[in-house]
Ligand binder design. Structure first.
Ligand code: SF4
Ligand code: SF4
Ligand code: SF4
Length: 353
């Protein structure tokens, strides 16, 4: 069957799309309006928020499926960033979104695996060391299989194990249910689709959504052009004639994925050769810069060795100022805003949005 995501591009073509099918059960709505349309982003917001534990993610299918009875609370429908009613609400023609300050920044701390400046790690270190948060939700990496997995980090010393980019999972919301059991304030680092789900939680009056939103103190959003299925690492290993445990660092930019192997050699693969491994739900995604975050961070537009940092909210600026005052950050002007807008427009054009 042909795979095509139907979200923002469909809405542009038909603003009433999706309205005729709202008499289904909650899971029926997700199934018909998101999963069957290959529109699921894989953010796991519906799974994490479900009070009945009714949903589980199916990696092979690239969307959740039902495992237990539903209690019809409709929280999942409130937070899914791929339901057209929610997409309609989130859609914006801006690439950069609203912001207070934009700048280059990099960590002054030595994190060997941090890429493009390590600003995210510096901000989370400040938040944990100053007790601004009880824990941070970040993506870790199994160094053997090179598969990413979500981690709850309570001690800033553990952050350095999680530094670096992940390209084949955006499951950061999966451990959220566990993290809020013992934590009053959390920070979360996620892709724009995960950030959109948190944005929907923050706006929702649903009791389960509100319970989650109250615990999220800082949302750090990462620039995201597209993400890959779990087949990415096996395919990279195959194309390079190696095994996942010999891969050391990976970075995407300029139309290729650059790989540093453990023996110190460097290889690269054109993204065109990996196109069939892009997640189906990423093919209808309009947000490049995580416009609903408190702080957005990415490599596009930044000075060499630094990150572009976009401070969007007073809370995001407050965290940045504290990290800077603690001496964790080096800051510089001169972000290439046109480069960010150009990449954001390219993402829209690629998906026909
Ligand atoms: S969140 Fe509520 S409506 Fe959605 S599957 Fe779970 S119990 Fe059902
Ligand atoms: S996009 Fe996220 S919230 Fe919506 S169905 Fe997929 S995993 Fe669930
Ligand atoms: S492109 Fe990025 S933000 Fe968009 S759905 Fe894929 S992982 Fe999420």
């Amino acid at each position: 069957m042909e795979r095509s995501a139907e979200t923002a591009a469909d809405l542009k073509a038909d603003p009433q799309r999706g309205n005729a099918e709202l008499l289904l059960s909650p899971i029926g709505e997700l199934e018909k309006l998101v999963w069957q349309r290959y529109a699921c982003s894989g953010c796991r917001a519906c799974i994490s928020i479900c009070p009945a534990g009714a949903l589980e993610y199916d990696i092979g299918q690239n969307h959740p499926h039902q495992i237990l009875p539903c209690v019809d609370c409709r929280a999942c429908l409130e937070v899914c960033p791929r339901l057209l009613a929610n997409v309609r609400h989130l859609l914006s023609s801006q690439i950069l979104g609203n912001y207070m300050v934009i700048m280059n920044a990099r960590s002054k701390m030595d994190y060997a695996r941090a890429q493009n400046g390590g600003a995210t790690t510096a901000l989370l270190t400040a938040a944990l060391d100053e007790d601004l948060i009880d824990c941070a939700l970040v993506m870790g990496l199994d160094p053997w299989s090179h598969e990413p997995y979500p981690r709850i980090v309570h001690d800033s010393k553990d952050l350095k194990k999680c530094a670096g980019s992940r390209y084949s999972s955006n499951a950061i919301l999966e451990p959220m249910k566990d993290s809020i059991k013992n934590a009053k304030n959390i920070a979360l680092v996620g892709t724009p689709c995960s950030v959109q789900a948190i944005g929907l939680m923050r706006e929702s009056s649903n009791e389960f959504a509100a319970r989650f939103a109250q615990r999220v103190r800082f949302v750090i959003g990462l620039f995201c052009f597209e993400a890959y299925e779990g087949t990415l690492i096996p395919e990279i290993s195959r194309l390079l004639g190696t095994q996942p445990w010999y891969l050391h660092k990976m970075n995407i930019g300029e139309g290729k994925i650059s790989v540093k192997l453990r023996d110190g050699s460097h290889r690269s693969i054109s993204l065109r050769d990996l196109a069939e491994h892009v997640k189906p739900g990423c093919k209808g995604c309009e947000d490049f810069t995580a416009k609903l975050s408190d702080i957005s961070i990415g490599s596009t537009g930044s000075a060499p060795g630094m990150s572009t940092v976009i401070l969007r909210t007073p809370e995001g600026k407050g965290l940045f100022d504290i990290a800077n005052e603690m001496g964790f950050l080096e800051v510089a002007d001169g972000v290439d805003i046109e480069a960010i807008e150009k990449t954001g427009r390219l993402k829209l054009k690629k998906d026909g949005i």
